[in-house]
Design a binder for this molecule. Structure first.
Ligand SMILES: Cc1cc2nc3c(=O)[nH]c(=O)nc-3n(C[C@H](O)[C@H](O)[C@H](O)COP(=O)(O)OP(=O)(O)OC[C@H]3O[C@@H](n4cnc5c(N)ncnc54)[C@H](O)[C@@H]3O)c2cc1C
Length: 386
């Protein structure tokens, strides 16, 4: 089999790239090692930046998002239960975010794939990249071989692509946080129309949602915490405590149907290109979920990458391809900084002393009283311009 772009991974990065390339009449094949049901069923991101919303619109895939998604013009912070709101739209000239789950985005991308000629090979096991630094790279998997001009490594944090870059070429930067997020999904109305990020002496909590009838709550927890020690009642008690009385009064309790613990990590590898291989999304960088940037950074990468391939195939220039890594990394590092900063501001670190906590509270109070500080937060949260 031969194609122009071999895409490894059918997550948000890989599938969005495939749609963008097909829109430009560039041929591609997506190799995914799991089933569609598995990829679509993963409970992950839920907040879309304006750039992500726009690209779905540009692809003609925004209809369901606009009818079922929730537009948020603001977000809330809480200090030991006391809430204040950041009016993001007013501070950024009208920019908003869209609450629409990653599962829904994937559903829309998969549903449109076949009609648009996006070829996906599911359950491609043992994917391996070959001759990446030559002009004739190819990809193999159990029972198949795909020859191509370029390879897009969109296979997430544990995929095969990043490992194809020799260790003397690649540099990695990492911060592992000494806590995780214990999250639940429950079919109950959200406590608030907008998200509430709570800094509490007992640790961080987040009141979020997927829709008007589905809530997503998170608690900062120790990394060795066990799910069986967190029956729903204990979770609801703790989340109400950390969100504070005002919010707790609005919390509707109900049985959770998903409960999981996710570790928090910041990670970047440089460069994002080697030879004919281009990394995009989680394959190249990870952020802690606090800033809601993971999926959005993945989408931003593939917007840049798709434009670079279009410039090459339709304009004959390699300038975009050659500039991809530097251009993508410039945005990635800003997303990393924001996610790290927001995590540092809102979480309780095991080595924090009284002074550190006072600094967090002072910074939150500064944000509460400063339009400039609120604007900084808002413009990062809704997504920096491309
Ligand atoms: C538990 C969890 C919660 C999260 N919560 C949030 C959140 O609240 N907000 C937010 O913004 N972000 C969140 N994220 C991050 C966000 O989901 C990711 O940033 C986003 O999925 C990145 O998309 P991607 O396409 O780069 O990678 P992925 O979504 O990981 O997709 C990679 C794809 O490649 C496939 N693959 C892997 N290895 C191979 C291989 N060897 N061969 C072929 N295919 C392969 C995988 O099956 C997968 O389908 C969360 C992530 C996790 C894990």
């Amino acid at each position: 089999m031969r194609t122009q772009i071999a895409i490894i991974g059918a997550g948000p990065a890989g599938l969005m790239l495939a749609h963008l390339l097909r829109q430009q009449n560039i041929d591609c094949v997506v190799l995914e090692n799991r089933t569609r049901e598995y990829v679509e069923g993963r409970v992950r991101a839920g907040v879309l930046e304006q750039t992500t919303v726009r690209v779905l619109d540009r692809l003609g895939l925004g209809e369901r998002m606009h009818s079922e998604g929730l537009v948020h013009e603001g977000t809330n912070l809480a200090i030991d239960g006391e809430i204040f709101r950041i009016d993001m739209a007013a501070l950024t000239g009208g920019a908003t975010v869209m609450v629409y789950g990653q599962q829904e985005v994937m559903h829309d991308l998969f549903n449109a794939a076949e009609a648009r000629g996006v070829k996906i090979i599911f359950e491609a096991k043992g994917v391996a990249l070959h001759d990446v630094d030559s002009t004739r790279p190819y990809v193999t998997w159990q029972g198949g071989r795909l020859d191509c001009d370029y390879i897009a490594g969109c296979d997430g944090a544990h995929g095969a692509s990043r490992g194809a870059i020799p260790s003397h070429v690649i540099q990695t930067f990492e911060r592992v946080y000494p806590f995780g997020w214990l999250g639940i999904l429950a079919d109950v109305p959200p406590a608030s129309h907008e998200l509430i990020y709570a800094n509490h002496a007992r640790g961080f909590a987040l009141a979020s949602m997927r829709s008007a009838g589905r809530s997503r709550y998170y608690l900062q927890c120790a990394l060795d915490e066990r799910l069986e020690d967190w029956p729903d009642e204990r979770f609801w008690d703790e989340v109400c405590l950390r969100l504070g009385e005002q919010t707790a009064a609005q919390v509707t309790r109900g049985p959770s149907f998903e409960k999981s613990i996710a570790p928090l990590r910041s990670f970047v590898c440089e460069p994002m290109r080697w030879g004919r291989l281009f990394l995009a999304g989680d394959a190249a960088h990870i952020v802690p979920p606090t800033g809601a940037k993971g999926l959005n950074l993945a989408v931003a990468d593939v917007i840049v990458l798709a434009a670079a391939f279009a410039e090459f195939y339709h304009g004959g220039s390699t300038a975009g391809i050659d500039g991809y890594s530097a251009k993508a990394l410039a945005r990635v590092w800003k997303g990393e900084r924001f996610s790290w900063w927001f995590t540092s501001l809102t979480h309780r670190f095991p080595d924090m002393d009284g002074f550190d906590r006072k600094m967090q509270v002072a910074e939150l109070n500064y944000i509460r009283g400063s339009r400039a500080a609120q604007t900084t937060l808002a413009e990062n949260y809704v997504g920096l311009p491309m």
